[in-house]
Design a protein around this ligand. Structure first.
Ligand code: HPA
Length: 250
């Protein structure tokens, strides 16, 4: 089953045709939102709002483990994570969509693994929890999304390195310069530990990123949520159109 984690701009989950809404609990606590069951182009799907549907849950306060656990527990096998990001390198201009293929994790202090022996439930601790993560995004799921973008006539950058910062503040210009030297194309605050947790539970995971601002120091204008919301208004629509046309995942 397909799971969709909606990020900034997708707080109003019910834009999808919702058939059922279910509040759930997990051994890790409550997920960011209820689970919304929806049918997208015939695919049964579950939608979850990463920042919640009420007061905004900030990136460092999100219970990533509860979110991923809840989706897995309900039978989700493939997760499309939608994320708003700042653009660092030249191609990643505001309003564009990207399907990153790599991650650099700059976050700290987040509950980032299921393999910590604090909750005793049935996740096999094979290989001591050292999961393979060289390619954090699932190839097949990425291909499905690319196909979907192509069918929808929606331009999308088919690669990119997503640098994940701690937030909630935006970065300094020097931090962005460093990330650029590291090879990051875009910057956001939520891909980790989300992607790694999905991998730990054996779920396929891909991020559909919307570039919503030039990263810090990459434009003369200061980054503002108002500016971001303006870009989001147009960009979320593109993503909705794509998801509504999404074809089978396997
Ligand atoms: N930095 C970090 N996270 C973000 C940004 C940014 O510039 N834009 C959207 N999410």
């Amino acid at each position: 089953m397909l799971g969709i984690i909606g990020g900034t701009g997708f707080e109003s989950v019910p834009k999808f045709e919702i058939t059922r809404k279910q509040a759930v609990d997990t051994p890790y606590g409550k997920p960011s939102s209820a689970l919304y069951y929806a049918t997208l182009n015939g695919n049964p799907s579950i939608v979850l709002s990463r920042h919640g549907t009420g007061p905004r849950i900030m990136p460092h306060q999100i219970n990533y483990r509860a979110n991923i656990y809840a989706l897995h527990d309900q039978g989700v096998t493939d997760v499309i994570a939608i994320a708003a990001v700042g653009g660092i390198t030249r191609r990643f201009i505001s309003g564009s969509l990207s399907l990153p293929d790599q991650i650099i994790d700059y976050t700290w202090g987040r509950e980032h693994t299921f393999f910590d022996n604090t909750v005793n439930f049935n996740i096999p601790t094979k290989d001591l929890g050292h999961v393979e993560f060289a390619y954090p995004y699932d190839l097949h799921l990425r291909e499905s999304i690319l196909k979907c973008a192509k069918n929808a006539g929606q331009p999308i950058i088919d690669h990119g390195v997503y640098g994940v910062t701690q937030g909630p503040r935006f970065e300094t210009a020097a931090e962005i310069d460093r990330m650029d030297r590291d090879g990051a194309d875009m910057v956001g605050m939520t891909a980790m530990p989300e992607a790694a947790l999905a991998r730990e539970l054996g779920m396929s995971y891909a991020t559909l990123a919307m570039v919503v601002n030039p990263a810090a120091g990459r434009s003369n204008e200061a980054i503002s949520m108002a500016g971001i919301r303006q870009i989001l208004e147009k960009t979320t629509n593109k993503v909705y159109q794509m998801l509504l046309a999404f074809h089978s995942i396997r």
